[in-house]
Every structure is written in structure tokens, then in C-alpha cells.
Design a protein around this ligand. Structure first.
Ligand code: GRF
Length: 201
């Protein structure tokens, strides 16, 4: 399966995918064919360049309206003919044009156990709430924020001494493994929800 990954930050989830593909080769079932970002100078794009992958940048402020950005992002992704699109720390909400093209084959990874703590500060929100357990979720993206069908989740304990960064790093250890597992399984076996084929490789 051809995978396009969208990033906004350090790209360690992307790196986990690249490392798994390098380690497992064709048996993994998926290859990252391009990496896109919502701005230029981010580590995630540099990781892609180091891996010799095509990259693209689609910045909201380069467009007159959000709809034009949404359309441009969809076209930039479509140019790489993906079977699957993965948001790995991509911090923008895509719109109807993007979802019309990639809905049902667009995954997101979120550092909390959805539906708890959706949004851009899931790690901090769980910590501030005083939760004892949080975790990470890989889900299909729908029109909402972190609200699409859940594919996989795993719990991560919150420790007394945790701050946002120590907790986020512990979550990311799990998240990288979960994302690599889900992308590989989808690519090899597809995915159905209650018997209904949702994603066909
Ligand atoms: C991940 O925890 C992701 O769930 C969240 O932002 C983080 C991105 O980390 N949205 P990285 O850029 O993959 O290192």
C-alpha cells in the first residue's frame, strides 16, 4: 500500500513507520511515498528528506480561504496516489474536499483514549484532569475533531511525578508501536467494522 504521511512537528511517529519499513521490507505491506507538512521548517519533513522521500508543504496562510487550502492539500496528497493517508502529529483539521477524496482511508493518531481528551492538548488535559490512566488512539478521521471510528487503543499509566513532556514521551513509546502495527495490518489485511469492509487495501 502507498502511504502519504502528514506531519506538523518532530515526526517521531513518521520515523517509527520509516524504521519499520526499512526493517521489514515488502513483508510490511506499506511504503511511505511522500510526506507533507503544514509549514516548512519542521523536523518531520527533514526526516523525510533524509530518507530520500518527496515532501510538500501546504500552509494555510498561503491561501485566501480555508476551503482553498483544503482543496490544495487534497491535490498535493492525491498527486502521490496514496492508498492510505496518515496524520502523524498533523495539527490541522482537514475539510470536506480532503475528506471527500480520502475519507475512510485517512488515519490519525491521538495521544489520549478517545473520546476522552480530544483536541490539540490531549496529554495536558488528561494530566490536569487528574486521570490515573490515559493512552493513545489510532482512528479513521471524519469531519469532527478526533471523532472518527476507533481502530486501536492502548492504555498508558499516569505517574505522580509526570509533567506533560514525560507523560507525552511515555505515550509516544506506545503510540509509535500502535501506529506501525495498524498501518501494517490495514495495508496487508484491510479493515472492517462489524463485518462491513471499511478499508480495502
Ligand atoms: C503525537 O503524540 C500525536 O499523537 C500528536 O502529536 C504528537 C506528534 O509527535 N498529535 P511526532 O511529531 O510524531 O513526534
Amino acid at each position: 500500500a502507498r502511504v502519504v504521511v502528514l506531519v506538523s512537528g518532530s515526526g517521531t511517529n513518521l520515523q517509527a513507520l520509516l524504521d519499520a519499513i526499512a526493517r521489514q521490507g515488502p513483508a510490511y505491506g506499506a511504503e511511505v511515498v511522500a510526506v507533507g507538512g503544514d509549514r516548512a521548517d519542521i523536523e518531520g519533513l527533514r526526516r523525510a528528506e533524509r530518507a530520500g522521500l518527496p515532501t510538500f508543504v501546504c500552509r494555510v496562510r498561503d491561501f485566501a480561504t480555508r476551503q482553498e487550502w483544503d482543496q490544495a492539500l487534497a491535490e498535493a496528497v492525491a498527486a502521490h496516489r496514496p492508498d492510505l493517508v496518515v496524520s502523524a502529529g498533523f495539527m490541522k483539521i482537514v475539510g470536506p474536499a480532503f475528506l471527500a477524496r480520502f475519507g475512510g482511508r485517512f488515519l490519525n493518531t491521538h495521544p489520549a483514549l478517545l473520546p476522552s481528551f480530544p483536541g490539540a492538548h490531549g496529554v495536558r488535559d488528561a494530566l490536569d484532569y487528574g486521570a490515573k490512566v490515559t493512552g493513545c488512539t489510532v482512528h479513521f478521521v471524519d469531519a469532527g475533531v478526533d471523532s472518527g471510528p476507533v481502530i486501536a487503543q492502548e492504555a498508558v499509566p499516569i505517574r505522580e511525578e509526570d509533567d506533560e513532556s514525560t507523560l507525552h514521551e511515555r505515550i509516544k513509546q506506545v503510540e509509535r508501536r500502535l501506529l506501525v502495527d495498524v498501518v501494517g495490518r490495514l495495508a496487508r489485511d484491510g479493515y472492517s467494522i462489524k463485518g462491513r469492509k471499511v478499508f480495502i487495501p
